[in-house]
Design a protein around this ligand. Structure first.
Ligand code: SAM
Ligand code: FES
Length: 348
């Protein structure tokens, strides 16, 4: 094995120059993938964990330049699910094997703490063996604490880019990298299993930005890491930028698996959008989570973060059957399990 891959596998880290070197070349991709796959199997065996994604609102008070549901996109057809509709998604998902429900949405002030806590606690009451993950953006520490007390134990909040200057090119001045990072440390301190991550190939991103992202993840030490290619949305200020690259995303998935052996890492929908075999390739390169959509089909197209998003027409059961076949085709199996993090590479 190439010395540099051996070093990354054994020490879980490289110096900055070495990391920049492997980020920038496809020379080691095959070896990286094999090493990442071995590492994942050591910690998680052949299990792939499923999370039922419920996209429950596309109202958003933010105006991120890359995102199709940004406040400024007047063409977005806005929707909200009510608590009964959200519970119905869980009812549909449970018999399909889901033991984690992810509530994701824009930053929608309509869902204040009382509303969201009510929804979280009703899911936990109805499905006590299931975990509830929230992905609803930046909130106050008090709000995160209330939601944790209501029964949410996991939170996904990508840092998007660790470099404040790059962050400023992707977001309006009302948003800051500093606050996003603070939110992540608040969530961790409260006791959530925390997920962070970034887009690959976002406008103006450099290899040094990606290095900073890896270093930030090292500092945060998250339980989940979500990366996926940036995909262009035609009704955003970034309409003329090209989408990110599947090859670089796969390389980074492998590097992340070797640096963070315990992490739960999804093969994302955006990876499946830029490449027809993206999710399978993601699983072969170190990812171990897939997040099928449990949202009602009538709202799927409306939760349009980027153009060409896959799986907007399928019923939940079709989506799971399709993913099950895809997961098997690359030698893994879907686990009916909450899929909690295995810290310290605890044996299976
Ligand atoms: N509002 C919550 C938040 O900010 O974390 C959750 C929803 S937000 C739309 C979920 C993620 O979608 C973001 O963290 C971002 O990385 C990703 N995303 C948004 N626009 C995207 C695009 N054009 N291409 C790829 N990913 C995108
Ligand atoms: Fe949704 Fe295949 S995963 S249709």
């Amino acid at each position: 094995m190439e010395e540099i891959i051996k070093k990354l596998s054994l020490t879980r880290d490289l110096d900055d120059a070495e990391l920049l070197f492997i980020i920038g070349t496809d020379r080691f991709d095959g070896e990286l993938r094999e090493a990442a796959d071995r590492k994942k199997r050591e910690v998680y065996g052949d299990s792939v964990f499923i999370r039922g994604l419920i996209e429950f609102t596309n109202f958003c008070k933010n105006d991120c330049y890359y995102c199709g549901i940004r406040r400024g996109n007047k063409k977005a057809d806005r929707f909200r699910l009510n608590p009964d509709e959200i519970l119905a998604c869980c009812e549909e998902g449970y018999p399909l094997g889901f033991r984690t429900f992810v509530l994701q949405g824009g930053e929608d002030p309509f869902f204040d703490d009382a509303a969201l806590c009510g929804i979280v606690s009703s899911i936990r009451d109805r499905f006590p063996d299931c975990a509830v993950t929230l992905s609803v953006g930046e909130r106050s520490r008090e709000s995160y604490l209330e939601l944790f007390r209501a029964g949410a134990t996991r939170y996904l909040l990508r840092h998007e880019t660790a470099d404040p200057i790059h962050y400023g090119k992707l977001h309006p001045a009302s948003m800051s990298s500093e606050n996003r990072k603070k939110c992540l440390f608040d969530l961790k301190e409260i006791g959530y299993q925390v997920g962070s991550g970034f887009m690959v190939g976002s406008p103006y991103q450099t290899a040094e930005n990606i290095l900073a992202d890896l270093r930030f993840l090292g500092e945060l030490d998250p339980d989940m890491i979500g990366i996926g290619p940036y995909v262009t949305h035609s009704d955003t200020p970034f309409a003329s930028f090209r989408s990110g690259d599947a090859g670089l995303t796969l390389r980074l998935l492998s590097i992340l698996r070797l640096m963070f052996p315990h992490a739960l890492i999804p093969a994302t929908t955006s990876l499946g959008t830029v490449s027809p075999t993206g999710r399978e390739d993601g699983l072969r390169s170190g990812a171990n989570v897939v997040m099928p959509n449990l949202s009602p089909v009538r709202v799927r197209e409306k939760y349009s973060l980027y153009d060409g998003k896959i799986c907007t027409g399928e019923e939940s059961a079709q989506c799971v059957a399709c993913l099950d076949a895809r997961v098997r085709s690359v030698g893994y199996r879907i686990a009916v399990d909450r899929g909690d993090v295995r810290r310290g590479g605890d044996p299976l």
